[in-house]
Every structure is written in C-alpha cells, then in structure tokens.
Design a protein around this ligand. Sequence first.
Ligand SMILES: Nc1ncnc2c1ncn2[C@@H]1O[C@H](COP(=O)(O)OP(=O)(O)O)[C@@H](O)[C@H]1O
Ligand SMILES: [Mg+2]
Length: 386
Amino acid sequence: MAKLRVGVLYGGRSGEHEVSLASAAAILSHLDRGRYEAVPVLIGKDGRWSLPASAPTTLSAGAVIAQARADAAPVVSDGPDTVMPPHPGRHTLITIDRGAPSPGNSTASAAVSGLGLDVVFPVLHGPYGEDGTIQGLLELANVPYVGAGVLASAAGMDKAVMKRLFEARGLPVTPWCAFVAADWSRRRKQVVAEVLALGLPLFVKPANLGSSVGISKVKTADALAAAVGDALAFDRKVIVEAGVPDPREIECAVLGNDDPAASVAGEVIPSREFYDYEAKYLDEGSRTIVPADLPPARLAEVQRWSLEAFRAIDAAGLSRVDFLLSRTTGSLVVNEINTMPGFTTISMFARLWEASGVSYSALVDRLITLALERHQEKQRLRTSVL
Ligand SMILES: Nc1ncnc2c1ncn2[C@@H]1O[C@H](COP(=O)(O)OP(=O)(O)O)[C@@H](O)[C@H]1O
Ligand SMILES: [Mg+2]
C-alpha cells in the first residue's frame, strides 16, 4: 500500500508560533514512517511558507520559547518557498527553489515543482492557524485536513462568539461582555459602566488569541483602562469576564467527528496568580494532575459538557475544553474550547488521552483517519444543481 503523504503545517503568523514548533516536532517524531511520508511545511512569523531544510526537533514549548528569546536574530526559513494554490488539483504545494547564484552567473535559476499531499495536519495555534483562515485555504484546495472546519475554528477562536454559542446550548459560562475598539473610543463611559457592573476582579482579554497573550486580571476600577489598552493591542475586539473566585482549572479532551468521545479530566495548578503565558510555558512551577481528583458525578458533568461544547461550535477531529471550578462557590463554568490545543507529548491533550488509553501515535493516526473520513463525506455533497 502506498504511503500517505502528510503535510505538517507549523509555525504561523501568531504569538503561538513557538508552541507550534514544539507540537510539530512531536507529531513528526511519532508519525509511523512505515505508513506515512511526512512533509514539514514551515509558515514563518512573516507568513511565508517554505519547505524547511531541517524539521523542528525540540519537543518542549518552553525550551523553544527560551531559545527564541535568547536568539538575537529572528528565525528565518532556510528552505525553498512553497505555496498552496487555492484550487483543487494534483499539486497541493508548488515549490519555488530559487537556487543559489553560481560563480559567473549572478542570476539564480528558479526551479518550480509540484507536490501532492494526501492530508494536511495544520498544527498551528492562534490567529491565522486555529481561526478558520488556513482551514479556508485547505477547503479551497480540497485537501483533507485534521481538525475543525472554517466556522468551528473561527467560532472557537473568538471568545465572545464562542460564549454565545455555549449559552445557546445551555452551557454555564461566567458573566461577560464584549466591545470593539470603536466602542472604547466613542462611548467609553457606557462601556466602563457595563464592564464594572460585572464586579471585580475582572479578566480582560483580546477576543481572538490564546496562550493568555494580552490577558490581564483587573482588581480595581483604576486598572481597567490599561488592561483594555493591552488587549486592544492584540485585537480590535475585547471580552471582559467576571473572575471566577479561587478557581480550579479543569480540562477535558475530545476526539472524533460526529460521534466524539471525551477523555478523563485533568487539572492545571498554575505557578502564578492565574495561568498566564509565563506560567504556561516558562515557569517550572506550574503542575498538571492527570487524572484530576473529581467526584464521579462532577467528572461525568465535565465530560458531558465537553461534548456539548464541541457540538455547540460544530467542531471536528479534536478539541480541548477548559473549565473553571470555583473552590469558593463550588460552581463549574465552561471557560473555553481550543480547536487546535497544544499538541506536544507532554501537552494536556496528549496526556489526557494517554490516561484514557490512547497513545500519542494512536492519536495522530486517529486524527488523520478522521480527517480523511470528513473529507470523503464532503466529496459526496452536490456542488451543482444542474
Ligand atoms: N473568568 C475567569 N476567572 C478566573 N480566571 C480566569 C478567567 N478567565 C481566565 N482566567 C485565567 O486566565 C487563563 C487564561 O484565560 P483563557 O480564557 O483560558 O485564555 P487563553 O485562550 O489565552 O488560554 C485561564 O487559564 C485562567 O487561569
Ligand atoms: Mg486557556
């Protein structure tokens, strides 16, 4: 049987570029070489696509970030440029190798070649990767891909849209409101009144981001404007949420398409006041507990709500659903869904499935199968009424 050619799209024009490098390294080192041929495709921080001369190998997101911070020079691609044409065809990728100018000939000769991919694993986190944009291109190219489609990706990325869909499905969320930059500049008084009515402390977040980038915990009314300014630096839309008092952070992984399954639950114990960027990737002190210590009825609720959250946005393939469980009030809310969660071997998603009896390699296999199934199902749809 011919090997399946798997394009692993990684990096990306997002604050989570480095996390993606670690996720890709893990996938590339676990793809069964007997069955798959891996084609790593790097998307640079500038958005350029290339076939890297060497694939990423560092498996820890923290180590990749520390390295990127230490490097004075920005990471630039060392391989030929490649692009994905936005139409179906034999060649999923068109590579333009400009070559090196040879002695006596200052003009490099460009070689153009095409390559077909059987399936793409877009292991990209955050904007331009997890938000439906890449998924749109993959749809246009008609190539099977791992994970949620355009709408689910976009809805899962936008915390305000996501919370509306959760509410429509009857899932509990913390009280929240959202506004855009124009509201903040034109009717700030009203916005501030609406926001402060949620009570303190508040969490102020860019609506479309991840890894806690741009998020502040606001404890006094005076600190609100600076926090909104920070969030507006990353997105034109801001969401403000009532802080869940003394929260336990519970996470659950979902795998499947139309019949999704939920894993055991896990718990994160952040090393800092909340699970911010430093606590996620750089502090050694954050701990994760798998499985989480929860009474059976609570675990069942977490699993049921995870599947509901997955269906609420019409996700596919995989998701990680995150909850906040107040130690003070005992109430549980759905905080968010991540349609392309961190995917290293030590990431919560993989650990939750490991503890549920699915190994990392089996996960990668299953996700590729789910991608092919979903694509096949779509091929049966009519595209013409004639
Ligand atoms: N409403 C809230 N109440 C208490 N803590 C929160 C709240 N919202 C966010 N946090 C804290 O901030 C972290 C990041 O917020 P989250 O919404 O998960 O953003 P991201 O998508 O960047 O992960 C959470 O893991 C939690 O520690
Ligand atoms: Mg989160």
